[in-house]
Design a protein around this ligand. Structure first.
Ligand code: SAM
Length: 250
């Protein structure tokens, strides 16, 4: 794992700039397959209290709403959560690292593409604290496949999102779950096929950064190109990006 020091103002600025177009900014955002996998791992029965950490525009919560009893969405960015109002029962504006909830408040916790912007130990400690004993938490994160692609992939992810603080390779989030005190930790792979030009057009980065991303793909090492099954054709770049779905029990 690699960690950078990112000022909170930069995170706010980045997501305020992206809020209006966020839902269309990656294939994975609205892909029903990944949302269904998240539901399968949480396995709600209809009555649970769910916390969605880094709720954003509410895409995950909206999918889970018919399957749980109550949803609290937490995020630091008001522009993002403005679009989440219909998806949750309660919105809380707060950093994930210091949550204003009592111990054991939730049966289930989900966080998709959120912990990369936070102090990792702090947010996982908070997630474990506010989870009921026996409750489940799931984090869904882009990860490098391993040592052979991590340097190039971390550079791509850094260029794409200047607010990103943590860069994960396969297994890093599971190790962090265990360190935070979770048991029965398991990871599941989900590969998302992303058109790099669509994915990099997030409305919040300069064209020079997008060109920098294209350059990394054009000059990719054979190992990176193979692990990511990179396709370069007709000016398009397609990447098979690895998501890890990490599940743990308190
Ligand atoms: C990539 S979006 C993910 C949104 C949503 N989970 C989804 O899957 O579509 C990341 C979200 O994390 C939020 N965020 C960033 N840093 C945060 C922090 N320290 N505490 C709470 N939320 C944070 C951002 O405001 C943004 O809404």
């Amino acid at each position: 794992m690699k960690t950078l020091h990112i000022p909170r103002d930069l995170v706010q600025e980045h997501f305020s700039a992206r809020a209006a177009t966020y839902d269309g900014s990656s294939f994975w955002c609205t892909d029903q397959a990944i949302l269904e996998r998240i539901r399968g791992l949480l396995a709600p029965t209809g009555t649970e209290r769910l916390l969605d950490v880094a709720v954003g525009t509410g895409l995950v919560s909206r999918h889970l709403k018919p399957h749980v009893g109550h949803i609290t969405g937490l995020d630091i960015n008001e522009d993002m959560v403005d679009q989440a109002r219909d998806a949750v029962d309660e919105l809380v504006i707060s950093p994930g690292e210091t949550m204003p909830f009592d111990d054991g408040s939730f049966d289930l916790i989900v966080c998709r593409q959120g912990i990369q912007f936070m102090g990792l130990d702090a947010v996982l400690a908070e997630m474990v604290r506010v989870l009921k004993p026996g409750g489940r938490m799931v984090s869904i994160d882009l990860a490098a496949y391993g040592d052979d692609d991590r340097v190039e992939y971390f550079e791509i992810l850094r260029l794409r999102n200047p607010a990103r603080r943590n860069f994960f390779a396969r297994g890093d989030v599971a190790a962090a779950f265990l360190a935070a005190g979770c048991s029965q930790v398991a990871t599941h792979d989900h590969v998302s096929v992303e058109d790099v030009d669509v994915w990099s057009d997030n409305g919040a980065i300069a064209e020079s950064r997008r060109e920098g991303i294209r350059e990394v793909y054009r000059n990719a090492s054979p190992a990176f190109a193979s692990l990511h099954s990179v396709q370069l054709a007709d000016g398009r770049i397609v990447d098979h990006m690895l998501f890890e779905l990490t599940v743990g029990t308190k």
